[in-house]
Design a protein around this ligand. Structure first.
Ligand code: AR6
Length: 167
């Protein structure tokens, strides 16, 4: 099992599943969600409209449609409200439930964006620490998932992941 940092556009990755930082409607939005919907094409919105939404911390699977990735795991991160409103637990649940869904579908490779770290305002380092610790503990018990990429879109995000993964 490997957990590593990768810098770039998540929509370019030919992994089994890319994770989308969605909103609870699952109908698309800005940021990485917008990029994934644009690259996957209109069939994605059509498919997601039948999923009935997704609560914060939960995860749903769709095909990748026009993406090089076979599947998309949509998860909904918490909106940062200062950190005392359950945000760390909700963010940890996003990573845990996305990994569990990948395991259920016997997927081997995944890529995660920095869930909640854009429009939802979660502080980068606190979020990255949660991502690394949840994935490290989850991957120890995973039977199928072999490789997980933590995708940094900015140099700052990428360097942060590399530092935490080296520690
Ligand atoms: N590839 C990889 N990472 C990206 C990409 C990309 N193409 N584009 C942005 N990022 P955000 P959130 C990074 O705002 O904070 C949407 O409207 C970005 O730099 O996409 O969870 C949804 O519909 C940041 O580090 O997601 C929700 O309403 C990270 O992805 C809301 O935004 C997440 O930023 C979710 O907000």
């Amino acid at each position: 099992m490997t957990l590593r940092a990768w810098r770039g556009d998540i929509t370019a990755l030919a992994v089994d599943a890319v994770v989308n930082a969605a909103n609870s409607s699952l109908l698309g939005g800005g940021g990485v969600d917008g990029a994934i919907h644009r690259a996957a094409g209109p069939q994605l919105r059509e498919y997601c409209s039948k999923l009935g939404g997704c609560a914060v911390g939960e995860a749903r699977l769709s095909p990748g449609f026009g993406l090089p990735a076979r599947y998309i795991i949509h998860t909904v991160g918490p909106i940062w409200r200062g950190g005392a409103q359950g945000e760390p637990e909700q963010l940890a649940a996003c990573y845990r439930n996305s990994l569990a869904l990948a395991e259920q579908h016997q997927l081997q490779s995944l890529a995660f964006p920095a869930i909640s770290c854009g429009i939802y305002g979660y502080p980068l380092e606190a979020a990255a620490r949660i991502a690394v610790s949840e994935l490290r503990s989850g991957l120890g018990a995973a039977a199928h998932v072999r490789e997980v990429l933590l995708v940094g879109f900015s140099a700052e995000q990428d360097e942060l992941y590399r530092r935490l993964l080296d520690a």
